[in-house]
Write a protein that binds this ligand. Structure first.
Ligand code: EPU
Length: 338
């Protein structure tokens, strides 16, 4: 295995921001991972685990330790019965490749998460989700390696404490585990979740009444491509903030003030789209030097080229202050700031 020197975090993140890395190693299986962990222990190098870097705003100081880039691949069906199947996905796989694998076999459950950038291993860290589906809906368990003790541990879905863009791996266990693989339960004869307004709109426009799984993932790809910047063209880390969850009291106050208020209700959670508030504060499609707010989706901050972490953080701060002033809501970052 090669311990690469002179690499930069900006080349390993979709935001294209981040400074020099002391050493970087790419691991393709468990034994390479253990070799890298042993080396880091001997050399006393701090560790940073990277997938495809699609949800990271990295420091311009870089990382003076060992970055382990996860390239452990593999997708397999480990058990099935008449109605369900369990898929084991290795953590270095690209998430959308996993979704395509399931859709090609007519398994239901992950389709609405198609085209979310990132790897399988990153998915549980922030409980990825889109169009009314979250990883939480399908995850059975995961295997992970403790970076200090090198012991393998199985976490049940409930051990992971998955919540909206959150998990135990973003909190108590932050930076402590390398996620190895996920076991996911999918249905053989499921129902599609077509409730989301953007999906409804496209189905109506195209007069499609009974979409197949493959129709749906194509529609989702188009919706995402239409709204979200292509990181290869305009670097970003996807949604920069979470959609805040608010109380019903605050909702009724805001409804009195804003007749066009947008909100979603899911069980007893009320979410206000942060993108709508940011747009209301006049930030959409504005640039602030090398950083800006995307023209089609105000929840996404973009790097026009050469942006530093501090430029993004300064814009984020400005947005948070305006939103707080206008809506009395504190936005929280969704991206992982390192
Ligand atoms: N909206 C605006 N202006 C904007 C952006 C959004 O008014 O500039 C309004 C829309 O009109 C819509 C509502 O806000 O009524 C929701 O917008 P959208 O459907 O684009 O989704 P979102 O709530 O902004 C969330 C996720 C996305 C996910 C989409 C689709 C978070 C933080 N973001 O965005 O996830 O793709 O829903 O389900 O929950 C990500 O996590 O990186 C990500 C892209």
């Amino acid at each position: 295995m090669k311990y690469l020197e002179g690499e930069n975090l900006r080349d390993y993140t979709t935001f294209k921001i981040g400074g020099p890395i002391k050493f970087l190693v790419k691991v393709q299986d468990k034994s390479e991972l253990f070799e890298a962990l042993d080396k880091a222990e001997q050399e006393k190098w701090p560790l940073l685990i990277l997938g495809s870097g699609s949800n990271i705003l990295a420091s311009d100081q870089g990382f003076s330790g060992l970055v382990i880039k996860n390239e452990i691949k593999g997708l397999e069906i480990i058990s099935e019965n008449d109605s369900e199947v369990i898929i084991r996905a290795q953590s270095g796989e690209i998430w959308s490749k996993l979704v395509k694998f399931t859709v090609d076999r007519n398994f239901y459950g992950l389709e609405n998460t198609f085209h979310i950038p990132g790897t399988v291993g990153a998915a549980p860290i922030q409980n990825i989700g889109a169009y009314g589906t979250e990883l939480k809906d399908c995850l059975v368990s995961l295997k992970a390696i403790n970076l200090k003790t090198k012991e393998e541990k199985e976490f049940s879905a409930s051990d992971c404490e998955l919540a909206y863009r959150d998990s135990i791996f973003k909190n108590e266990l932050k930076g402590q585990y390398f996620i190895l693989s996920l076991d996911l339960r999918l249905k053989k004869n499921g129902n599609l979740n077509l409730n989301y307004p953007d999906i409804q709109r496209v189905l109506t426009e195209r007069k499609i009444t009974e979409p197949s799984l493959s129709d749906l993932i194509e529609i989702i790809r188009e919706i995402r491509d239409e709204k979200l910047p292509n990181p290869g063209v305009l670097p970003s880390a996807g949604s920069f903030f979470k959609n805040p969850i608010i109380s019903s009291e605050l909702l009724s106050k805001l409804q009195d003030k804003f007749s066009d208020l947008r909100y979603f209700v899911n069980g007893d959670e009320i979410k206000i789209p942060a993108g709508w508030m940011i747009e209301k504060c006049g930030f959409k499609d504005r640039d602030f030097g090398s950083v800006g707010v995307h023209k089609k989706q105000a929840l996404i901050l973009v790097n026009y080229g050469g942006a530093k972490q501090s430029d993004v953080l300064a814009l984020a701060q400005k947005i948070k202050e305006e939103v707080k002033d206008r809506f009395n809501i504190s936005l929280e970052e969704e991206v992982n700031i390192i």
